[in-house]
Design a protein around this ligand. Structure first.
Ligand SMILES: [Zn+2]
Length: 527
C-alpha cells in the first residue's frame, strides 16, 4: 500500500504504524508536545530540534511508517515516535504531509574548487550536495591540502557542507613502481590522516603489496578499476573495500581480453569511452564467469559503487546536454569544462555517433543485470555520482543515480537503503549513520512528498507534480481529461537537510547556488 501525502492516513495504516513503532522498540506513546516552537533558522545549530508529524523511511528497506515525531538533541536522534512530556523543543519543523529519511551517503565524489584550472566556488558544490540530501560524502581524489581543511571545517560546522571522508591517492607520491615504495606510500598516507585509499589500475604484485600494507594499518580502500592487469577478481581476492564504476567486473568475466582495434590509444578519450561502451557486450563475455566474480565479491564483502549516472551521457548525449536545471544552476566554469574538448577529462563528445550510443545502451542493460545479480547474491551496492564531469552537476547526478538504480530493477526502498544503510556500512559508520534510529547521528532529510512513490522528488530543483484544485495528487487518480482543475506544478524537493542536528534549508541553499551562478555569468560576460 502506498500512502499519498495529501490524504488522511487510513486506520489500517495507523495499526501498521503502531506495530512498526513497537518493532523499533519505541513503546512510549506520549502525545506530541502541545507547545509549538518556532521554525529553525537555516544553518543555525539548535540544541533541541523537533520534526513533527512525519512519515518515516527508516533506511533499511522496511516500509514507511508514521506519522511520528523525531526528537533531536545535541545532534543525535533522541527519540522516534512520541515526544516525551518533559521534552521541550527549541525549534520545530512541521512535517505534516512530508517524509523523513536518513541523510544520503554519496560514496563517490570529487571535491572541486576549479575545473580545467578555472576557479569555481567550492561552496557551489557543497550547497548542491546538501540540497540533494547528501549528508556524508566520500571524496575519492582531490587536492589533499585543501581537502583536509574542508574536512575539518565541515566537522566543526564552520563550513556549510556534508560530512567529508577522504580516500586519497597521496600514497602514490612516493612512487608506484616497486612494492617497497608502495608500502612506504601507504604508511605516509596513514600518517597524513587519510580516511582511506583511492587506487586505480595496478600490476598484481604491486596491488598485493598495497593491500597487505593497507590491511596492516586498518585502512579502507576504493579502486577505480578500468582496463588493467588487475580486475575485480584480483581486487576481490585481495580484500578491497569497494569497486568503483563497471570496467573491472566485466573484464574479469571475459574469455580472453576485450577486442580493441589496433589503432586504439588509451590516452584518447574518444577511443577510451567509445570502447568502454562495448565492454559489457563483448561476444566473449562469459556469463558463468561473471556470476563467479560477483559471487567472489559477495563472499569477500566487496561493495560495488557503480556510478551509473556519470556515464549516461554516452548513451544519450542530447539529453545530457539539455538538462532543464542547466538554465539556473550550471556554473559557467563547469559549463565551459563540459564543452567537447579532448584536454578535459570526460569531455569526449566530438562527433559522438548513434552507433556509439546504441552500444552504450545495450551495455547498460548487461551492467544493470549484473548489478541485480550481485544484489540477489547478497552483494551491497552503494550510491555515488562522480559529478563534475560529463554533463553531471553535483547532486543532480546523485538523484539520477537513484533513478538509474530503480531502472536496474530495484524497489525505491532498496535504492534508498543503498543510499543510506549500505553507504554507511561501506565507510564503517553503520553503528551511527544511515538509519532513523534512536541514538544515531541526526542526519535526516525532510522531503516534500514521498520519495518511495517518486525518487525524482529528491531532485535539488524539485520535479513536476500533478495537482487538482491546488492539491498534489497521484497522477493515476481518476481525473477527467480536460478538467480545468488539473494542473502541473513544480513540487517535491527536500525542504530541510539536517546534518548532525543542524538544519539546512534547501530552498535557501538553492537560491545561493543561483546567486553564485549569476555572479559567475556576470564575470564571464565582462571578459
Ligand atoms: Zn571519480
Amino acid at each position: 500500500m502506498r500512502i499519498k501525502m495529501t490524504r488522511a492516513v487510513p486506520l489500517l495504516t495507523l495499526l501498521i504504524v503502531g506495530l512498526a513503532i513497537i518493532g523499533h522498540g519505541l513503546l512510549e506513546a506520549q502525545s506530541a508536545a502541545s507547545g509549538t516552537a518556532p521554525a529553525p533558522e537555516h544553518a543555525k545549530p539548535v540544541k533541541r530540534l523537533l520534526i513533527r508529524n512525519a512519515m518515516i523511511i527508516y533506511g533499511n528497506a522496511e516500509p514507511p511508517f508514521g506519522p511520528a515525531n523525531v526528537c533531536i538533541e545535541d545532534g543525535r536522534i533522541a527519540r522516534v515516535g512520541g515526544v516525551p512530556l518533559e521534552w521541550q523543543a527549541d525549534a520545530e519543523i512541521d512535517a505534516t504531509g512530508k517524509y523523513v529519511m536518513p541523510g544520503i551517503v554519496n560514496g563517490h565524489i570529487h571535491l572541486q574548487d576549479e575545473r580545467g584550472g578555472v576557479p569555481q566556488p567550492f561552496q557551489y558544490e557543497m550547497n548542491l550536495y546538501l540540497a540533494a540530501g547528501a549528508t556524508t560524502i566520500r571524496d575519492v581524489g582531490a587536492d589533499w591540502k585543501k581537502a583536509q581543511e574542508w574536512r575539518a571545517q565541515s566537522a566543526a560546522h564552520t563550513l556549510v557542507a556534508p560530512r567529508i571522508l577522504l580516500y586519497e591517492r597521496i600514497w602514490a607520491s612516493k612512487g608506484t613502481h616497486t612494492a617497497e615504495l608502495v608500502r612506504e606510500g601507504v604508511r605516509f598516507a596513514k600518517a597524513q590522516g587519510v580516511d582511506g585509499l583511492k587506487l586505480s589500475g595496478m600490476d598484481r604484485d604491486l596491488a598485493e603489496a598495497l593491500m597487505d600494507e593497507a590491511k596492516k594499518l586498518g585502512l579502507r580502500t576504493a579502486v577505480h578499476n578500468a582496463v588493467d592487469e588487475t580486475t575485480a577478481q584480483d581486487w576481490a581476492e585481495l580484500g578491497i573495500t569497494s569497486i568503483e564504476h563497471f570496467y573491472g567486473v566485466a573484464d574479469a568475466a571475459l574469455d580472453g581480453i576485450q577486442n580493441f582495434p589496433p589503432e586504439h590509444n588509451h590516452n584518447n578519450e574518444i577511443h577510451r569511452f567509445g570502447r568502454a561502451g562495448e565492454l559489457y557486450i563483448q561476444p566473449n563475455l562469459n556469463r558463468q564467469k561473471l556470476s563467479a566474480v560477483l559471487e567472489l565479491m559477495v563472499k569477500n564483502h566487496v561493495f560495488w559503487c557503480p556510478t551509473l549516472s556519470i556515464y549516461v551521457a554516452s548513451r544519450d548525449v542530447i539529453r545530457a546536454q539539455n538538462q532543464p536545471w542547466f538554465k539556473d544552476y550550471l556554473h559557467p566554469t563547469l559549463e565551459q569544462y563540459f564543452q567537447p574538448d579532448m584536454r578535459n577529462h570526460g569531455s569526449y563528445f566530438l562527433g559522438w555517433t548513434n552507433t556509439q550510443e546504441v552500444r552504450w545502451k545495450k551495455g547498460y542493460q548487461v551492467w544493470m543485470d549484473a548489478l541485480k545479480e550481485f544484489n540477489l547474491k547478497g552483494g551491497l551496492i552503494t550510491v555515488g555520482d562522480d559529478a563534475g564531469f560529463i554533463y553531471s552537476i553535483y547532486g543532480f547526478g546523485q538523484v539520477h543515480e537513484l533513478e538509474l538504480l530503480e531502472e536496474a530493477g530495484f524497489h525505491p526502498l532498496e535504492v534508498i537503503k543503498m543510499a543510506t544503510v549500505n553507504g554507511a556500512r561501506m565507510l564503517g559508520l553503520e553503528d551511527r549513520l544511515g538509519r532513523v534510529r534512536q541514538g544515531f547521528i541526526a542526519d535526516l532529510l525532510v522531503v516534500n512528498g514521498n520519495p518511495v512513490e517518486n525518487l525524482r522528488l529528491l531532485n535539488p530543483a524539485g520535479t513536476d507534480v500533478l495537482t487538482y484544485d491546488g492539491r498534489v495528487i497521484d497522477n493515476y487518480s481518476a481525473i477527467r481529461p480536460g478538467d480545468p482543475k488539473v494542473k502541473v506544478a513544480r513540487g517535491g524537493g527536500i525542504e530541510w537537510t539536517v546534518k548532525e542536528g543542524i538544519p539546512y534549508h534547501v530552498p535557501t541553499l538553492m537560491r545561493e547556488v543561483r546567486d553564485m551562478v549569476d555572479k559567475g555569468r556576470i564575470e564571464r560576460a565582462k571578459k
